[in-house]
Design a protein around this ligand. Structure first.
Ligand SMILES: Cc1cc2nc3c(=O)[nH]c(=O)nc-3n(C[C@H](O)[C@H](O)[C@H](O)COP(=O)(O)O)c2cc1C
Length: 195
């Protein structure tokens, strides 16, 4: 099976983030599914302004390059007020500009997230899917991954303490791999290119 290098964006900058713990679990499980996950940090990105289009700040340029360089992107999102956190939206806006230089174009992606709430970031993920689709990123349609957290479900060092959750995450990563394969596979001798 092809090994894919995947960039991981975590939509939380909280020092106690449960989504970061989920992200660490995904990083630990991914090699079992022939995916190698590496975080692309968003903490130090400047707040996007159209003023940056003429002279892109170095942190933003580095972030955009990273998205282009990875085979695919996984986004782990918290849910803030039934939407994605501002830091994540800022990162997506940064990646999308300047006009004509959208780093997500044709880049396969998958979305996942966790909260203590019963619907496990479902609303934020639906909005995130809409944004990624608008950015021409083919998003893994199924399975959806709404992970309801509780204390100690994920340890700080990437262990998943519940076996059913661990098995689900492995099956989700396996489906993500298949989606990345399908999207990246040459069609009639051509590959998708950045636009
Ligand atoms: C401003 C704010 C808004 C929130 N809104 C929601 C929400 O709409 N749905 C939800 O399930 N949890 C909501 N929460 C609770 C978050 O799920 C919880 O803080 C979670 O730990 C955030 O993820 P993180 O720890 O990875 O940063 C909200 C938290 C904050 C601080």
């Amino acid at each position: 099976m092809t090994i894919h290098n995947v960039g991981l964006i975590v939509g939380s900058i909280s020092s106690t983030s449960i989504n970061r713990r989920l992200a660490r679990a995904l990083i630990a499980l991914a090699p079992q599914t022939d995916l190698l996950l590496t975080e692309i940090p968003i903490r130090d990105l400047p707040i996007y302004s159209a003023d940056h289009d003429a002279a892109i700040p170095e942190e933003a340029a580095e972030f955009k390059r990273a998205i282009v360089d990875y085979d695919a992107i996984i986004v782990v999102t918290p849910e803030y007020n039934r939407s994605v956190p501002g830091v994540l939206k800022n990162a997506l806006d940064t990646a999308s500009r300047p006009w004509g230089d959208n780093s997500f174009a044709d880049k396969p992606s998958a979305v996942i997230g966790t909260s203590m709430g019963a619907i496990g970031t479902a609303v934020a993920q639906q909005q995130l899917r809409g944004i990624l689709s608008f950015l021409a990123s083919p998003v893994l349609p199924q399975p959806e991954a709404y992970v309801q957290s509780y204390d100690d479900l994920f340890t700080d060092d990437g262990q998943v303490t519940d076996s059913r959750t661990r098995e689900f995450l492995i099956s989700w990563l396996t489906a993500a791999h298949a989606h990345f394969d399908k999207t990246l596979r040459p069609v009639h001798g051509f590959t998708l290119t950045q636009s």
